[in-house]
Design a protein around this ligand. Structure first.
Ligand SMILES: Nc1ncnc2c1ncn2[C@@H]1O[C@H](COP(=O)(O)OP(=O)(O)O)[C@@H](O)[C@H]1O
Ligand SMILES: [Mg+2]
Length: 126
Protein backbone atom coordinates (compact mmCIF):
# COMPACT_ATOMS: atom_id res chain seq x y z
CA UNK A 1 0.00 0.00 0.00
CA UNK A 2 2.93 2.39 0.39
CA UNK A 3 3.34 2.46 -3.35
CA UNK A 4 -0.22 3.67 -4.21
CA UNK A 5 0.05 6.13 -1.29
CA UNK A 6 3.23 7.60 -2.79
CA UNK A 7 1.74 7.67 -6.29
CA UNK A 8 -1.40 9.41 -5.04
CA UNK A 9 0.63 12.02 -3.14
CA UNK A 10 2.61 12.71 -6.31
CA UNK A 11 -0.61 13.17 -8.30
CA UNK A 12 -2.13 15.70 -5.87
CA UNK A 13 1.14 17.54 -5.21
CA UNK A 14 0.22 20.53 -7.42
CA UNK A 15 -3.16 20.85 -5.71
CA UNK A 16 -1.51 20.68 -2.27
CA UNK A 17 1.00 23.37 -3.19
CA UNK A 18 -1.66 25.63 -4.74
CA UNK A 19 -3.62 25.50 -1.47
CA UNK A 20 -0.54 25.71 0.78
CA UNK A 21 -1.25 22.38 2.42
CA UNK A 22 1.62 20.76 4.34
CA UNK A 23 1.95 16.99 4.14
CA UNK A 24 2.88 14.70 6.96
CA UNK A 25 3.45 11.14 5.78
CA UNK A 26 4.06 8.35 8.26
CA UNK A 27 4.74 5.14 6.38
CA UNK A 28 5.30 1.84 8.10
CA UNK A 29 8.15 0.02 6.38
CA UNK A 30 6.83 -3.32 7.62
CA UNK A 31 3.56 -3.47 5.73
CA UNK A 32 2.57 -6.91 4.45
CA UNK A 33 2.02 -7.01 0.69
CA UNK A 34 -1.62 -7.06 -0.36
CA UNK A 35 -3.31 -8.20 -3.53
CA UNK A 36 -5.12 -5.46 -5.35
CA UNK A 37 -5.42 -3.22 -8.34
CA UNK A 38 -2.78 -0.52 -7.79
CA UNK A 39 -4.51 2.02 -10.02
CA UNK A 40 -7.87 1.61 -8.28
CA UNK A 41 -6.26 1.89 -4.85
CA UNK A 42 -4.35 4.97 -5.95
CA UNK A 43 -7.63 6.43 -7.24
CA UNK A 44 -9.28 5.93 -3.84
CA UNK A 45 -6.39 7.74 -2.15
CA UNK A 46 -6.49 10.60 -4.67
CA UNK A 47 -10.21 11.01 -3.94
CA UNK A 48 -9.68 11.07 -0.17
CA UNK A 49 -6.79 13.52 -0.51
CA UNK A 50 -8.82 15.76 -2.83
CA UNK A 51 -11.66 15.82 -0.31
CA UNK A 52 -9.11 16.73 2.36
CA UNK A 53 -7.81 19.64 0.26
CA UNK A 54 -11.39 20.79 -0.47
CA UNK A 55 -12.15 20.78 3.26
CA UNK A 56 -9.17 23.03 4.03
CA UNK A 57 -9.21 25.27 0.95
CA UNK A 58 -11.48 27.94 2.41
CA UNK A 59 -10.17 27.73 5.93
CA UNK A 60 -7.80 29.96 7.85
CA UNK A 61 -5.12 28.46 10.04
CA UNK A 62 -2.91 25.44 9.74
CA UNK A 63 -3.55 23.19 6.75
CA UNK A 64 -2.08 19.74 7.20
CA UNK A 65 -2.76 16.54 5.32
CA UNK A 66 -1.59 13.55 7.32
CA UNK A 67 -1.33 10.18 5.58
CA UNK A 68 -0.41 7.18 7.66
CA UNK A 69 0.04 3.50 6.88
CA UNK A 70 0.29 0.87 9.58
CA UNK A 71 -0.46 -2.75 10.40
CA UNK A 72 -3.51 -3.30 12.58
CA UNK A 73 -3.27 -5.92 15.34
CA UNK A 74 -5.55 -8.11 13.18
CA UNK A 75 -2.86 -8.13 10.49
CA UNK A 76 -4.82 -5.81 8.19
CA UNK A 77 -3.15 -2.86 6.55
CA UNK A 78 -4.64 0.45 7.69
CA UNK A 79 -4.20 3.64 5.70
CA UNK A 80 -5.58 6.83 7.19
CA UNK A 81 -6.01 10.18 5.49
CA UNK A 82 -6.55 13.01 7.94
CA UNK A 83 -6.99 16.75 7.47
CA UNK A 84 -7.21 19.84 9.65
CA UNK A 85 -10.44 21.03 8.04
CA UNK A 86 -13.72 21.46 9.86
CA UNK A 87 -14.67 17.80 9.74
CA UNK A 88 -17.99 16.26 8.87
CA UNK A 89 -21.27 17.43 10.38
CA UNK A 90 -22.65 14.81 12.77
CA UNK A 91 -25.90 14.57 10.79
CA UNK A 92 -24.00 14.05 7.52
CA UNK A 93 -21.85 11.11 8.62
CA UNK A 94 -24.55 8.60 7.66
CA UNK A 95 -24.92 10.13 4.22
CA UNK A 96 -21.45 10.87 2.90
CA UNK A 97 -21.14 7.47 1.21
CA UNK A 98 -24.49 7.83 -0.58
CA UNK A 99 -24.17 8.42 -4.34
CA UNK A 100 -24.86 12.09 -5.23
CA UNK A 101 -24.56 13.30 -1.62
CA UNK A 102 -22.50 16.47 -1.62
CA UNK A 103 -22.28 19.63 0.46
CA UNK A 104 -20.17 21.40 -2.20
CA UNK A 105 -21.52 23.98 -4.64
CA UNK A 106 -19.95 22.13 -7.57
CA UNK A 107 -19.62 18.68 -6.03
CA UNK A 108 -20.59 15.45 -7.76
CA UNK A 109 -21.08 13.44 -4.60
CA UNK A 110 -19.78 10.27 -6.26
CA UNK A 111 -16.25 10.13 -4.85
CA UNK A 112 -16.80 8.35 -1.55
CA UNK A 113 -19.44 6.05 -3.01
CA UNK A 114 -16.99 4.84 -5.68
CA UNK A 115 -14.16 4.65 -3.14
CA UNK A 116 -16.20 2.41 -0.88
CA UNK A 117 -17.12 0.08 -3.79
CA UNK A 118 -13.45 -0.24 -4.71
CA UNK A 119 -12.35 -0.96 -1.15
CA UNK A 120 -15.15 -3.48 -0.59
CA UNK A 121 -14.15 -5.23 -3.84
CA UNK A 122 -10.73 -5.60 -2.20
CA UNK A 123 -12.34 -7.13 0.92
CA UNK A 124 -11.53 -3.96 2.83
CA UNK A 125 -13.46 -1.37 4.78
CA UNK A 126 -13.72 2.38 4.31
N1 LIG B 1 -12.25 15.36 4.36
C1 LIG B 1 -13.50 15.78 4.48
N2 LIG B 1 -13.83 16.78 5.35
C2 LIG B 1 -15.11 17.20 5.47
N3 LIG B 1 -16.14 16.70 4.77
C3 LIG B 1 -15.88 15.72 3.89
C4 LIG B 1 -14.56 15.21 3.70
N4 LIG B 1 -14.62 14.22 2.76
C5 LIG B 1 -15.91 14.13 2.39
N5 LIG B 1 -16.68 15.02 3.05
C6 LIG B 1 -18.14 15.21 2.89
O1 LIG B 1 -18.65 14.14 2.12
C7 LIG B 1 -19.32 14.65 0.96
C8 LIG B 1 -19.23 13.64 -0.16
O2 LIG B 1 -17.88 13.51 -0.62
P1 LIG B 1 -17.64 12.92 -2.08
O3 LIG B 1 -18.42 11.65 -2.24
O4 LIG B 1 -16.18 12.84 -2.32
O5 LIG B 1 -18.31 13.99 -3.05
P2 LIG B 1 -17.87 15.50 -3.39
O6 LIG B 1 -16.41 15.64 -3.03
O7 LIG B 1 -18.12 15.63 -4.86
O8 LIG B 1 -18.77 16.39 -2.57
C9 LIG B 1 -18.66 15.99 0.71
O9 LIG B 1 -19.48 16.86 -0.05
C10 LIG B 1 -18.45 16.50 2.13
O10 LIG B 1 -19.65 17.00 2.67
MG1 LIG C 1 -14.92 14.22 -3.42
Amino acid sequence: MNSPVGDALALVRGDLEAHRVAVRAERSEQLPRINGDPVQLQQVLVNLMTNAVDSMASMNGERVLCVRSEVHESGSVVVSVEDTGNGIEAEATDQIFNPLFTTKAHGMGMGLSICRSIIEAHNGRL
